[in-house]
Design a protein around this ligand. Structure first.
Ligand code: NAD
Ligand code: SER
Length: 319
């Protein structure tokens, strides 16, 4: 069967990068992007873009049928910090959106679904410092609760309807192509832009707040590798832990200072409480064993690559 991919929430931080990789792997004609925004000429340039609210199940079903979609990458969601500002709306988007995708996938015989979970499923009672694949979920945020429930809905559709739905618990993601979308780990993206623009940054987390993080090229590769893995190798039917690096704002700032002048102040806000409930590190042995997961970027490698991309963009923009 020919692969035809539909990506929801495609204009966000992950979609911006993932779509490029999917188009490279499957051909641009076979990857249809969608988001809330009306289609502009720019969006249409890389391939077919459709305006789609994932809460509109009827339209989602129509588009899946009309395009002959065989795989859905469901990225539309509200991230942790934004979700805390309007918990009921975030729950509706994260849960209803996922249920619409799972139901349409079942009804229209979509072959595979990818849905991202998060380290936010863990919390104070999970483990003191390192969370293993089967550590207790203990989410304190509405975002984390929606990810935990989502994992179990995915498992339900897999067990009861044979739907091939796969999932990763992404750590905080750092990327240069798109801004971060309202999460607690966004500081690790913002600091690069402010460092280049102003040589200073005010961080909304305390300097010693350690969190699991990953560079976007690794996250995109993990996604493609999981989706291509033989199904019989996959022993986790909720969501796979994946890990690359753990760092604090102070450690990221110190790495940046090896390349530039930078002054960092710390003014923790409500996002500190969210960060304090998340794990310091993640054990991903099961992903390594089942589908050979290995990260390529550590902190030094990520900072060097990010600065290479961002300073090049800055130079082109200034011309
Ligand atoms: P993002 O906020 O950057 O992008 C989400 C996109 O969804 C946006 O473009 C937004 O316009 C779109 N959207 C919002 N409501 C919609 C609706 N009703 N219908 C259709 N589209 C809608 O988020 P992201 O960072 O790209 O994250 C994508 C997924 O990955 C989410 O499920 C998120 O929870 C998960 N995730 C992200 C990270 C991270 O660090 N970025 C970490 C763990 C998990
Ligand atoms: N990076 C995400 C956030 O901060 C975690 O899933 O919301």
């Amino acid at each position: 069967m020919k692969t035809k991919i539909l990506v929801t929430g495609a204009c966000g931080q992950i979609g911006t990068e993932l779509v490029k990789a999917l188009r490279k792997a499957h051909g641009w004609k076979n990857v249809i992007t969608s988001d809330l925004y009306p289609a502009t000429e720019g969006m249409q340039q890389g391939g077919l873009y459709l305006s789609l609210d994932v809460l509109n199940k009827k339209k989602l079903g129509y588009l899946v049928e009309q395009t002959g979609t065989t795989q859905i990458y469901h990225l539309a969601a509200s991230l942790s910090a934004i979700a805390e500002k309007n918990p009921v709306a975030a729950w509706e988007l994260n849960m209803r959106g996922l249920l619409n995708v799972l139901e349409i996938a079942r009804e229209k015989n979509v072959a595979q679904v990818f849905w991202p979970s998060s380290i936010a499923v863990f919390g104070p009672d999970s483990m003191p410092s390192v969370c293993f694949q089967n550590s207790k979920a203990d989410p304190l945020t509405v975002y984390g609760i929606s990810k935990m429930a989502g994992e179990y809905w995915c498992r339900y559709y897999k067990r009861n309807f044979g739907l091939d739905v796969r999932s990763l618990r992404y750590p905080g993601l750092v990327s240069h192509s798109a801004p971060a979308g309202g999460g607690t780990t966004d500081y690790a993206v913002d600091i690069f832009h402010q460092a280049i623009a102003k040589g200073s940054y005010t961080c909304f987390l305390k300097e010693n707040t350690c969190l699991p993080m990953m560079y976007m090229p690794d996250a995109v590769r993990a996604t493609l590798e999981l989706m291509a893995a033989p199904i019989e190798n996959l022993s986790v039917d909720t969501s796979y832990n994946i890990s690359a690096m753990n760092f604090t704002p102070a450690e990221l700032a110190a790495e940046l200072k090896k390349h530039m002048e930078l002054k960092v102040n710390y003014a923790p806000d409500s996002r500190q409480q969210i960060a304090d409930s998340w794990p310091l590190s993640i054990n991903d042995r099961q992903a390594q064993q089942d589908w050979g997961w290995q990260p390529h970027y550590d902190l030094a490698g990520m900072v060097k690559d990010m600065l290479g991309h961002l300073t090049f963009k800055e130079a082109v923009w200034l011309k």
